[in-house]
Design a protein around this ligand. Structure first.
Ligand code: AMP
Length: 281
């Protein structure tokens, strides 16, 4: 497995792969890898001739400098973890390699997907995501690219970007990997205090209960039940809970038989922001 840091090096490799018509699987990450990431990378390696992981903490998708500054970086451990996945190449450029001297962010329209949930709470987040993913797509020219349902809105946005720009890339959504107690795996989990870590499984517990209530109760009833649950939890602050149409991501206030719904949640444990979601089908 190769580790490369420059666009020039990786471009030479891509040119040679393309000339021999190899399929390329891409898994973009920000590092501090865990089993969730590894599941994506393993799938990419098994479904393609050549598997690439990018490790890059993208400054333009952070709305808070503090969050960017505190984002965990564990490159040596990441490389060791990736070694057992069948991955062929890690591309881990620095910020000046990706953005040269100007941190330019493209402005995207994802047909409104970007204005819902995370878009309301994290200014310019999806322009930052779109900018960096587009750059990685241009550099690596993947046949398939792998994204987790953990960031379901991001997954839908990347699918939209691919369709709107007619990119010849298949976007593969992968299921959420969880700790044994249900907490969705996240690089941010390593920053939780012992007490916060003990409280955090409450997020998935309430999501699971909400999905059971969805079978019999109205959306308004579920929304107010969730609010009450979090009001009585001193360790976790609810930022938002929404039941939304899985395709449009628009907030649902009533149910229709023919629509797929998903519940989305964002919670603060102290300064650490955690997100999760669950299918309601
Ligand atoms: P990140 O490094 O957090 O930007 O994540 C890189 C990719 O891994 C994204 O497509 C995420 O959705 C995915 N991912 C992160 N956590 C998980 C998880 N617990 N289960 C599945 N995929 C995940």
């Amino acid at each position: 497995m190769k580790v490369v840091t420059t666009i020039k090096e990786i471009s030479n490799i891509i040119t040679s792969l393309k000339s021999s018509q190899k399929t390329i699987g891409l898994t973009p990450t920000m590092g501090a890898l865990h089993e969730g990431h590894i599941s994506l990378i393993t799938k990419a390696s098994s479904e393609n001739d050549f598997s690439i992981v990018t490790i890059f903490i993208n400054p333009t998708q952070f709305d808070k400098k503090e969050d960017l500054d505190n984002y965990p970086s564990t490159l040596d451990a990441d490389i060791k973890l990736v070694e057992n996945t069948g991955c062929d190449l890690i591309f881990t450029p620095n910020a000046s390699e990706m953005y040269a001297n100007n941190i330019d962010v493209e402005s995207f329209s994802f047909d409104g997907l970007e204005n819902e949930m995370e878009g309301k709470h994290r200014a310019n987040h999806f322009d930052g995501v779109g900018t960096i993913v587009k750059k990685f797509f241009e550099i690596t020219q993947p046949t398939k690219a792998y994204f987790g349902e953990k960031d379901f809105q991001q997954l839908q946005i990347i699918k939209k970007m691919t369709v709107k720009n007619q990119l010849p890339i298949e976007i593969i959504g992968c299921p959420i990997f969880r700790e044994k107690d249900g907490l969705a795996m996240s690089s941010r989990n390593t920053r939780l205090s012992k007490k916060q870590r003990e409280s955090a499984p409450f997020i998935f517990k309430t999501l699971t209960k909400a999905s059971q209530l969805f079978q019999s109760d109205s959306i308004a009833t579920i929304n107010s039940w969730i609010q009450t649950e979090f009001d009585s939890n001193p360790d976790l602050d609810l930022e938002y809970f929404e039941i939304a149409n899985e395709q449009t991501l628009q907030t649902a206030s009533s149910k229709s038989e023919s629509t797929k719904y998903r519940a989305f949640i964002a919670v603060y444990a102290g300064k650490i922001r955690l997100i999760d979601n669950i299918s309601l089908q």
